[in-house]
Design a protein around this ligand. Structure first.
Ligand code: CTP
Length: 211
């Protein structure tokens, strides 16, 4: 199968030296890419800025902003069987990017933010590839993941609790619940991201084969 995987954070520039971003390390997305390669699949990995070794045998596309990630995903979906949107795409970006460095002043300043384009929601309803979304939640995991599955028209949503210090963002371990469109829920207990990735790839293969 052909996997298209996004990983890492995006960076939304404020001025030439500053940006808005988040704590995503990219480890989960890179681990899924590696597990998919090991399982014999083809992988295109669209990555935000991360400090993780490039997995062997993947086609790596490096992007920085949410707009660049949006373009890269749309360019490659026509050649994939499974899209895994593991990236922590920024939800907002500055309304204006200052061309010169914003100078320090004594008074408060405010930054106007506008929503970024939602990549998952922009995908066509009729498509011939499986769509996996991720849900990073700090409360009501099941309710919020179910809502994302429906509202973002995903086939699968992988949800994790990012409020925990021992699993999730930046950590080497993760614990996830996988919500499948037919109502099935699969729980993967706390394990290294490499093992979680291997289990996820098996689940994605099974769901993809069924549809
Ligand atoms: N996502 C996306 N485009 C965006 C923001 C998020 O495609 N502009 C995708 C992520 O890659 C992930 C899923 O949407 O697969 C859910 O991301 P998450 O941050 O958990 O949810 P949001 O939709 O941003 O909602 P909220 O932050 O309110 O939970």
């Amino acid at each position: 199968m052909r996997f298209l995987i996004t990983a890492g954070p995006t960076r939304e520039p404020i001025d030439p030296v500053r940006y808005l971003s988040n704590r995503s390390s990219g480890k989960m997305g890179y681990a899924i890419a590696e597990a998919a390669i090991k399982a014999g699949h083809e992988v295109v990995l669209i990555s935000g800025p991360v400090d993780v070794d490039r997995p062997r045998d993947v086609t790596l596309i490096c992007v920085s902003t949410s707009d660049e990630m949006f373009e890269a995903v749309h360019q490659h979906t026509s050649r994939c069987d499974i899209l895994v949107m593991c990236a922590a795409v920024a939800d907002y970006k500055p309304a204006k990017v200052s061309k010169s460095k914003i100078k320090k002043r004594a008074e408060n300043i405010s930054l106007e933010l506008v929503p970024t384009q939602d990549i998952l929601s922009s995908l066509p309803k009729n498509r011939n590839y499986l769509v996996v979304g991720f849900a990073a939640e700090t409360e009501q995991l099941e309710a919020n993941a179910g809502k994302k599955l429906r509202e973002k028209n995903c086939d699968v949503v992988v949800a994790n609790d990012v409020s925990r210090a021992d699993a999730g963002m930046e950590s080497d371990e993760n614990e996830v619940d996988v919500f499948i469109r037919d109502g099935e829920i699969k729980k993967i207990p706390r394990r290294s991201k490499k093992i979680v990735a291997r289990e996820l790839v098996k689940i994605f293969e099974n769901v993809c084969e069924k549809c």
